[in-house]
Design a protein around this ligand. Structure first.
Ligand SMILES: [Zn+2]
Length: 235
């Protein structure tokens, strides 16, 4: 839990027992006292502690995750709405900025939040991806989108895209657990090269390709699940 406070130094101040204290004085319970939740409850109604329950295998090769292993997929709604705003109430838009995705190769404009310097972090990702050999372009261009005030398919929970902390890279090379022909979940499949994943992870973004409910185009800013980030270069 100390890693959570350290990951968001601009907005979080400290842990005080079971309470997360924000720099503006807001206090939130870390543990809701409901105990170890079964998967569906963990995903639908996580407390702050639940968000960190599963270790995220940063840097590792992409292998099929164990059943119900979705590290980072549970997001406490109060925590994220406090941090980034509620897009359904207009609370996210005022803090968006436009970045240029792959400034040499794609020059695509994307909207991302400035909160927690997510926009600067994604620009750092973009710059490194831009320098990869041409064989990587098809995975990255065009990016399928960033900010989008919508709920996650099949739920009433706001997507990470609604907080403007997520990006979907090129759809054409992606795989998604819901894209199966029958009623069952599609078998794990990934075509995204590890080089791309590791660049995102280095800058604070987790990858949906590490989830049992895989979404290989999806990356979102979740530094609490990753090793400490390097400071941003001053400019
Ligand atoms: Zn996505």
């Amino acid at each position: 839990m100390a890693g959570l406070v350290a990951a968001y130094p601009g907005v979080l101040e400290k842990l005080d027992g079971n309470t997360l204290v924000w720099r503006d004085g807001t206090r939130m319970p870390v543990d809701d006292g409901k105990g170890e939740k079964p998967f569906a409850a963990w995903l639908a109604d996580p407390d702050i502690e639940d968000m960190l329950r599963l270790p995220y295998p940063a840097g590792a090769p992409a292998t099929p995750p164990a059943p119900e292993s979705d590290p980072g997929r549970a997001r406490n709604a109060a925590f994220f709405e406090k941090m980034y705003g509620d897009c359904r109430k207009g609370g996210v838009k005022s803090r968006l900025t436009t970045i240029t995705w792959l400034p040499a190769k794609a020059r695509q404009k994307l909207q991302v939040t400035t909160v927690n310097s997510v926009s600067a972090r994604l620009e750092a990702v973009s710059k490194e991806l831009d320098a990869l050999p041409a064989e990587f372009d098809k995975y990255l261009i065009p990016a399928a989108g960033t900010y989008n005030c919508r709920v996650i398919a099949g739920t009433d929970r706001v997507s990470a895209h609604g907080f403007a902390i997520a990006i979907d890279i090129a759809v054409a090379q992606s795989d998604y657990w819901r894209w199966s022909k029958g009623s069952a979940q599609a078998a794990y499949r990934n075509r995204i090269p590890l080089e791309i994943v590791q660049i995102f992870e280095k800058h604070g973004f987790i990858w949906g390709g590490r989830w049992y409910h895989f979404d290989t185009m999806h990356f979102e800013y979740r530094p609490e699940l990753l090793p400490p980030l390097a400071p941003l270069p001053s400019r």
